[in-house]
Ligand binder design. Structure first.
Ligand SMILES: [Cu+2]
Length: 436
């Protein structure tokens, strides 16, 4: 396939990803307020020089890999198009942030900013709302149905990763998709996760994993204005950034996913003290109703923060730890650093002879006949002796590892394996991946 000639080296690396999606895609430049041309993979920040954002809550459709179209509610840029999840808002700690909400939904809605203190709504402290009987109707000041507005202001707190989400009829509205990510960056250190220099990461390798789930029956009931018995709630789709595998590995702004702009492919290079000294940063957010026992294959990750709090003791001791399992609870956020350490080298440190490598037929996957293995165990090398008819997705001897929820029903699309809350980690050779 021909890639558009945007001036970005990393563009050409997505060719096999687009290929596996079996769709010829054209890169789309992001919406009006998104940063620059936007990276093909990695977290895409929405920034504002005045830290002012305008969001509209509205309805639209998200597609799933099995061909379903789910009616969702979400926050999008006012004047822009519907998107799931809401824009990733990036601000600096201490900034005075304004978020103007316009409500295009047929019922009141709102935005909560958990983790931010002293949130104001229309100039007064934001506060819960009750109906005439004193029953709680919203956990924060809402915007009325059908074009109501409310403007929230707050001073961005501790650096870290936060959800923003509806505070109104939360069970229904959060399920419908009213959530997004708020990233608070340390003052003067946009390439640190928090105020500790040990949280430095490579800005080219910053990733968002906003995890959520969908019960299509609930969404159909809302779309058709029917009652839904939440006792029957059964999620069938599981998403990273509003997409399910294999859509998770498609590029940001893939043309065939017009309302799901954010990909979830991790794309890194091995550690090298001179060429690649800094780790990748992955920001996990759980906007669902249950824990998602997420884990990468092939490497662990260093958990460095939860809910905007660095993993450190009262005296500042480093309490970060390395783990395969990253298990955010509902409403929780977790930040991790990931470093790929290259263990073996064909010249200096070859693989021990007693390690048996898997046979080629065990590396070929369906549907169809494809392989993501270069047939050479060393990163950056290929040994292509493929049987006729096998499609090689490997470009330059890069590695692919899966990363997914290990609650395996969450790694399905309506029960069909593998899909759902799953993505790939791609590790390129240190010097990049030359086109072939
Ligand atoms: Cu696994």
């Amino acid at each position: 396939m021909t890639m558009p000639s945007l001036n970005r080296k990393r563009l050409r690396l997505v060719a096999p990803v687009a290929l596996i999606a079996a769709t010829v895609g054209v890169m789309v430049v992001p919406g009006p307020q998104s940063s620059a041309a936007g990276p093909v993979d990695g977290m895409e920040c929405e920034t504002s020089s005045s830290n002012s954002f305008s969001l509209t809550a509205s309805g639209g459709y998200a597609s799933t890999p099995d061909g379903n179209a789910i009616y969702m509610w979400s926050y999008g840029d006012t004047g822009g198009s519907f998107q799931l999840p809401g824009p990733t808002l990036c601000v600096e700690s201490g900034a005075h942030v304004t978020v103007a909400l316009r409500n295009a939904l047929p019922e009141p809605t709102s935005i909560m900013f958990p983790g931010q203190n002293n949130v104001y709504a229309n100039g007064k402290p934001a506060q819960p709302e009750t109906d005439a009987n004193g029953t709680l109707t919203s956990m924060t000041t809402s915007a009325g149905a059908n074009s109501g507005t409310v403007t929230y202001t707050f001073t961005a707190g501790n650096p870290g990763t936060y959800l923003y989400q509806s505070g109104t009829d939360v069970q229904k509205q959060q399920q419908m998709g009213l959530y997004g990510a708020l990233v608070v960056r340390p003052k003067g250190h946009a390439d640190w996760d928090n105020n500790n220099s040990s949280s430095a990461f490579s800005p080219e390798h910053e990733y968002l994993f906003l995890l959520s789930e969908v019960d299509p029956d609930a969404h159909l009931a809302v779309e058709r204005k029917r009652a839904f018995n939440w006792n029957n709630y059964t999620p069938r789709y599981f998403m990273i950034n509003g997409r399910s595998m294999p859509d998770t590995i498609a590029p940001n702004h893939a043309a065939w996913l017009p309302s799901q702009p954010y990909g979830a492919l991790i794309h890194i290079q091995p550690y090298d003290a001179a060429k690649n000294p800094k780790p990748a940063l992955i920001r996990y957010l759980n906007a669902g109703t249950t824990s998602y026992p997420f884990h990468p294959h092939g490497s662990d990750e260093q958990l460095i923060a939860r809910d905007g709090h660095p993993a450190q003791g009262p005296g500042g001791e480093d309490l970060s730890y390395s783990n395969f399992l990253i298990d955010p609870a509902p409403g929780q956020t977790i930040d991790t650093l990931m470093t790929w350490k290259q263990e073996y080298d064909p010249k200096t440190n070859p693989i021990p002879s007693d390690i048996k490598l898997p046979q080629l037929q065990d590396q070929i996957v369906g549907p169809g006949t494809e392989t993501w293995f270069s047939e050479d165990p060393y990163l950056g090398q290929t040994n292509s002796q493929l049987p006729a008819g096998v499609v090689q997705n490997n470009q330059c001897g890069e590695y692919y590892h899966v990363a997914h929820s290990h609650a395996l029903q969450q790694s399905t699309n309506f029960g069909a394996s593998f899909g759902g809350m799953m993505t790939l980690i791609r590790i390129d050779p240190l010097n990049g991946c030359p086109t072939q």
